[in-house]
Design a protein. Structure first.
Lengths: 164, 164
DNA sequence: TTGGAAAGTCAACAAGGCTGACGTAAATTC
DNA sequence: GAATTTACGTCAGCCTTGTTGACTTTCCAA
């Protein structure tokens, strides 16, 4: 079943196969973001707000710097998004006790409700895809995605995957 | 090794597993676009130009309508991108012979050179990821991605995958 | 006590989405 | 042959989300 090196074993590395993978990523990512985008469309929020909400939920009490590193945007860009979320009462910003320069971020009750709505939708699609493909396909899926990340991003990803 | 249905077999569908998949998609997509983005950064082009170039190369002679359906943007948005590519001599637009309302799109020599540069970079990353993960992982990767697409997008994807 | 890091803010700008309106040429339908 | 529809292009204006650059405030640490 599994091809080994030499000759036919490298057929999965042809330009044609690689192109299919590239196009699969393109179309799948559209599906991946479609449901949350639809939910956010009515509100004053966008994909950037979703990302901030996701990672604040994922690591409650995380700092702004930390979030900047994960999201890979400028602080000005993140600040604009965070500002509206704080003003609207979805995110709470708390001055650090050990280092008072830092701001620790948390979702409020209201923020948790939206997070739940967004992630329910996104998980539903992911669950359907996982179920359709089966567990060993899922394992392969994750392996290829991890290998595709930049090393820096892989660190961030693994830090999230393990610790809180 | 591979879990079967019933009881433990559904462990891959836990919220925790799904969350990991969601985050993997997020970080991997960043890697996926990083190399072309870097190349385009110096020029006056962006990711939107890359997408147009990719699909024109993929289906030479395709019409504007067709491209609109694949890219899922408005004609105004596509037109802005296409306009600059045509003006800069990367894309050639040819009035249809059977239906003169249509415009058929082709890459010029210059366009082919940029396409080659962009896709070489993107394929190199994909190739490294595929090689690292192995052929059966690649199969799973593709299966999950296909299952994640919207049905409309899956049609587009499959049309490209098979026919020219 | 002073230098520098962390955070926040203001201003300006660009890419790339969007809607709406309008124009033109060509094909199709009545 | 006239009316309608289709494919495309374009103008104008708006929004989100990214960018740089300059500046301030706070406050830890050397």
């Amino acid at each position: 079943m599994v091809e080994t090196a030499g000759g036919e074993g490298l057929l999965f590395l042809t330009d044609e196969q690689l192109r299919k993978g590239i196009e699969a990523m393109f179309f799948a990512y559209r599906g991946f973001t479609a449901d949350p985008d639809r939910i956010l469309d009515g509100m004053d929020y966008g994909r950037a707000h979703h990302r901030a909400i996701h990672f604040v939920h994922r690591s409650p009490g995380t700092t702004v710097s930390n979030l900047l590193a994960i999201l890979g945007v400028t602080k000005q860009s993140l600040n604009r998004v965070l500002r509206t979320l704080i003003d609207d009462g979805l995110v709470r910003s708390e001055k650090g006790r050990v280092d008072a320069r830092e701001r620790h971020l948390f979702l409020t009750e209201k923020g948790l409700i939206l997070e739940r709505e967004l992630s329910d939708a996104q998980r539903a699609r992911m669950r359907a895809a996982y179920r359709a493909a089966g567990p060993s396909a899922v394992q392969g899926f994750r392996q290829v995605l991890e290998a595709m990340m930049d090393p820096e991003m892989r660190k961030q990803y693994n830090r999230l995957k393990e610790g809180g």
